[in-house]
Design a protein around this ligand. Structure first.
Ligand code: NDP
Length: 286
């Protein structure tokens, strides 16, 4: 079994971005984070993203907004950022409070500044296989991990468990593209899927993105399969409260050919791809 090490690949990508940003004349790329309410995980994620921006020389600002903000006020804030010349990327940290429509908010972001890749225009380009849009960061990070390890996708059966708009669906669209080094056959599973275990066992590559701690067990994995664990779950263990994935790493690492650890697999790649999308946005806008 080999580890797909997201920490070292993400560092390599950040080091490269840092060199490219240092060469830019004039203003640096900029990103705005909109942080609504007091969601503790969202605060942690935004703090980490801001820190990584600073490390590579990307300007960032966090706009903390009250949980009571109306949709109209939030959209007006986004529209102002759409016009701001120093801002190349706008990220609204999800999940949003329930009185706000994620769709309305995402659609108000200028697609050219939508570095999360969640705007319908960018999602549409991804689905159509068109170049020039932003690809969501987690799927893009997974693709980079697979590419780095030279894992062939063509003709392989990829089973993705989880059909969210931020992970499962865009990842399926990315891997099924008719393009060199893609051309995978993709099955998207969800909570209504029957006999999940045997479906998972048919995957040459298995991606777990459910948010269900340690649900994927050894007997659900094809011998020598590549296993990508997207899940981030807090779980009480013998060692206290720990972050665990959706895959039972101790068991599954006995049968997998490659596996991502949690933490240290997909997570760091997601942030590295956000930085990469922000630089790409700067280069498109400037
Ligand atoms: P969502 O809750 O939006 O989606 C979960 C998906 O999993 C849904 O499609 C759901 O099915 C499916 N699902 C849930 N339980 C089961 C089950 N028992 N069997 C089969 N399918 C199931 O989650 P996200 O996509 O936002 O996130 C998934 C996980 O990935 C979370 O742990 C999250 O923290 C993590 N994450 C990690 C990132 C990273 O950078 N590493 C980035 C983004 C997320 P249905 O649609 O039927 O409800």
């Amino acid at each position: 079994m080999k580890l797909l090490d997201g920490i070292s690949l993400a560092k390599k990508i950040r080091d490269d971005l840092k060199k490219r940003v240092a060469l830019l004349k004039g203003r640096k790329p900029g990103i705005a984070f909109l942080l609504i309410g007091e969601h503790p995980a969202s605060h942690t994620y935004v703090t980490m993203k801001k820190k990584r921006c600073e490390e590579v020389g990307i300007f960032s600002k966090v706009l903390p907004l009250p949980v009571s903000i109306s949709e109209k006020e939030l959209i007006q804030t986004i529209e102002r950022l759409n016009q701001e010349e120093t801002i190349d990327g706008i990220l609204v940290q999800q999940p949003l409070p329930s009185h706000l429509s994620t769709a309305h908010v995402v659609e108000s972001i200028d697609p050219n500044k939508d570095v999360d890749g969640f705007h319908p225009l960018n999602m549409g380009k991804l689905l159509l296989g068109e170049e020039g849009g932003f690809v969501p960061c987690t799927p893009l990070g997974i693709l980079k991990l697979l590419e780095e390890a030279k894992i062939e996708l063509q003709g392989k059966h990829v089973v993705i468990v989880g059909r969210s708009n931020i992970v499962g669906k865009p990842l399926a669209a990315l891997l099924v593209q008719k393009k060199a080094h893609r051309n995978a056959t993709v099955t998207l599973a969800h909570s209504y899927t029957k006999d999940l275990a045997s479906l998972c066992r048919s995957g040459d590559i298995l991606v777990a993105a459910m948010g269900k701690p340690l649900l994927i067990k050894k007997e659900m994995v094809k011998p020598h399969a590549v296993v990508i664990d997207v899940g981030i779950n807090k779980m009480e263990t013998q060692k206290g409260l720990q972050i665990v994935g959706d895959v039972d790493f101790a068991q599954v690492s006995e049968v997998a050919s490659y596996i991502t650890p949690v933490p240290g697999g997909v997570g760091p790649m997601t942030i590295a791809m956000l930085l990469s999308n922000t630089l790409a946005s700067y280069q498109k806008i400037s």
